[in-house]
Design a binder for this molecule. Sequence first.
Ligand code: B12
Ligand code: SF4
Length: 441
Amino acid sequence: MNEKIKVLLIRPKYSSIVANLEPLGLEYLSGLAGELGIECDIHDEFQYSWIGRLGRMCRLIKKGGYNFIGFNANANTVDYIKNRAGQLKKRFPDITIMVGGPEAELNYRDFCCDDIDLIYHDNGLMTLKSMWENGFESEKLEKHTGICFKKAGKWVIKEKGEPVCGFINKPDRSAFYKGLKKNFIFMKGKYALSKASFSCPFGCCFCYCTKMNSGKYTERDIMEVVDEVEEIKHDKIWFVDDTFFFDKERVRTFCEEIISRGIKKTFMAYARADFIAANEDILPLAYKAGFRDILVGLEAITDEQLDIYNKQTSKNENIVAIKNLLDNNIVCDGLFVISYTATRQDYRNLMKFVKDNNLLWVVFGIFTPYKGTDAYDEYKDMLINFRSSRLDGTHITIKPTNMSSFEFMLRYYWIHVLTYPKIMVRTLFGTAYDTKKKGWF
Ligand code: B12
Ligand code: SF4
């Protein structure tokens, strides 16, 4: 079977002014295909315009003779993928369409439809490897974990396998190098991605990440991660781990190894406020190793709201974390989740918090109970307009309780007007990473 398949992996486009980055998940698939001698290409829709998407995809499939299509699914691209699968099946009835990615990992049942042939929800890519090696006959698929397939017209759902603690192959970063021209994070530049751990040991109610990898937090061998960093031909790397700063000794080992190998790169990573508040002593070393941005899920500015989110942090820890980072010349990228219960005063208090704590870099998301999270179970009866294309953290999916939806959105846009111009001006003046500066220049 494997000598016959020719794979096209597709990353659907969505509108984003925040970032355009490499499709790391698909690069892992592409790397695996390469190792198995399977012809495989990535069609990253981000590299192309919105116009003529279907025509472009069809021409590509026809010209390349691809017969195995793999879609990367996120919550906000589900409807697009299902719709596209139908259109592709009409034009190419013999192709096999498989869906995988974060949304499929937990919500695989939502893809069980006529036009999709296989759904991949396993932890890691061992099952895919075995399928690509041994073929897709039902008797063989029966033996695998973490997939859904059709047998005599009926969907068969195979349970997930064990959580993973590493990747079985290296990513093929051709798509990264090819897409470098269009690669960006808003006002920060071009970044390569790396992932050094899986899932998260905490349980914030709105968080999807903590449910991934069967909810088990695991770490890759840190030396392997340093090797990867060294190999990437790019100087800015974003660790997309859900919490990179978790095990202090592991962070220390990473930083020391980076320094001792003389690797000169800058890093961005996620950390929790409680870790940064309690471990200021690691920050000088982190700075020396190249950490310049730490993304902190501050989420809220009151203890009550933090409790509602089950964040297990406090307002005070948020304040100390910001201070510790800024004192150590590391930018704190403050991530906030705006609750549907926000009042006018809450919006004003948030802006005051940002100003009082000298936070320059901020990201505001609207509380969205993604399917698969604890919040979804809690709020599923309150959802409104819960359509896939709106599940991007910038839309209302629960009716605001303290103002109209219109006012809520106006205020949501307004806090961007109040904060983003300063980021742009400071970037223009080259002071956006001067963490001690307070003003506009
Ligand atoms: C970096 C990141 C971003 C970056 C973009 C990354 C990029 N490459 O373009 C930015 C900031 C732009 C972003 C945007 C968004 N993101 Co985001 N993002 C992440 C993050 C932190 C890491 C993703 C990553 O690179 N993973 C590493 C790779 C190796 O893993 P992977 O993509 O899951 O792929 C593996 C498997 O899924 C599988 N696989 C993947 N595709 C396929 C396809 C097939 C056919 C098969 C067989 C297997 C397969 O194989 C891979 C290797 O094992 C994750 C958190 C997380 N824990 O995953 C959130 C996450 C994926 N994002 C999420 C969301 C919601 C979004 C947004 C919709 C909005 C938002 N509020 O953040 C947008 C739009 C995303 C989109 N449509 O693609 C959610 C997804 C929830 C869901 N149910 O889909 C996550 C889980 C975080 C969260 N908020 O809880 N994101
Ligand atoms: S929001 Fe952050 S700390 Fe909370 S569970 Fe998710 S990844 Fe972990």
